[in-house]
Design a protein around this ligand. Structure first.
Ligand code: GZL
Length: 309
């Protein structure tokens, strides 16, 4: 059955509706593209006027967009900080203009917690821990005379989700002598870089047991490189990946990936709910993590719903 068609918000209602300025980092992955779709659709459904700016992976463009929202005197500003540092100045300008700020998806480092009202997004440290816990289970039965050799392809340097995924993973792996991280490099969350880095790793390093990749886009690139070198992904090299876009679930079903950790991009509706509360002068929770699952090769993979991204 299809959902009842939402009546368009009459123009006069839009005139006194909330104006939300949203700075998105870009379109670097299927996850990001869906996250943008979720924000735009939710604004439309909520009758919130959305000023949406795509920064094309540049922090300077995000800062410029936030400044334009201040000049426009939006009711609320929300943004995905591409990297964790460097936001204090522009957020002080927003605070001085009396505009509340919602941080989404990735976190910021700041000495002044009053510069933003709250955070809604994923728990990256937990995602990293889940990746390590899967590997401990995967290799628990194997009698090994040498440690499991792990290569890591990380996301954009300085992004809070990358720091968290690396930290959570190492919290567990570093205490376990049966594992060692023999190589780590940033693929900037891009499929093309995942491919290039994996090709380079395979030409330089022998006896790789595991690939830990910070997002599915880079994983899909790395799988192409493995196949080019006659390596069986998911068998010769165990693969753990994060996001849970459809292509990664399909690879899990084919046995080319062993564990997919969900990072939930569907934050549009809750962002609009929080923006409305802020516009009405209400306080919101400082920290909200979205619900996320872990899919492994041991699960009933037919039960996984279509991912939508
Ligand atoms: C994580 C998000 C990351 C995704 C990538 O919360 O910021 O950015 O894991 C995306 O796919 O590019």
């Amino acid at each position: 059955s299809c959902a009842p068609k939402k009546e368009p918000v009459p123009q006069q209602d839009m005139d006194d509706s909330i104006i939300l300025g949203f700075s998105q980092i870009g379109a670097e992955s299927a996850w990001r593209t869906f996250n943008s779709h979720s924000v735009k659709k939710a604004a439309e459904d909520a009758g919130i006027q959305l000023l949406f700016e795509n920064a094309e992976q540049k922090q300077a463009k995000q800062i410029k967009a936030i400044r334009s929202f201040i000049v426009y005197q939006v009711d609320v500003i929300a943004f995905v900080p591409i990297v964790a540092d460097g936001w204090d100045n522009v957020l002080t300008e927003a605070k001085d203009a009396g505009i509340p700020v919602l941080v989404t998806d990735r976190k910021i480092n700041t000495s002044d917690e009053t510069l933003y009202a709250g955070f809604i997004g994923t728990d990256s440290i937990r995602e990293g821990r889940e990746a390590a816990l899967f590997l401990q289970k995967k290799f628990s039965s194997s009698e090994r005379d040498k440690p499991v050799r792990i290569v890591e392809i990380s996301g954009t340097d300085g992004a809070s989700c990358v720091i968290g995924r690396a930290e959570g993973f190492r919290d567990i792996i570093d205490d376990n002598p049966d594992f060692e991280i023999i190589y780590s490099s940033s693929g900037d969350f891009l499929k093309s870089k995942g491919y290039e880095i994996m090709l380079g790793i395979l030409d330089e390093i022998d006896n790789i047991d595991v690939l830990y990749s910070h997002n599915d886009g880079m994983t899909l690139g790395a799988i192409e490189a493995m196949k080019e070198r006659g390596i069986r992904p998911g068998k010769d090299i165990v693969i753990v990946t994060i996001d849970a876009e459809q292509a990664a679930i399909d690879a899990l079903r084919k046995g080319e990936v062993n564990c997919v950790i969900e990072c939930n991009p569907r934050t549009g509706p809750v962002i609009m709910d929080l923006a409305r509360k802020l516009a009405e002068g209400e306080t919101i929770p400082r920290l909200m993590h979205v619900q996320e699952e872990v899919f492994t090769e041991w699960d009933d993979l037919d039960a996984i719903e279509p991912r939508g991204y």
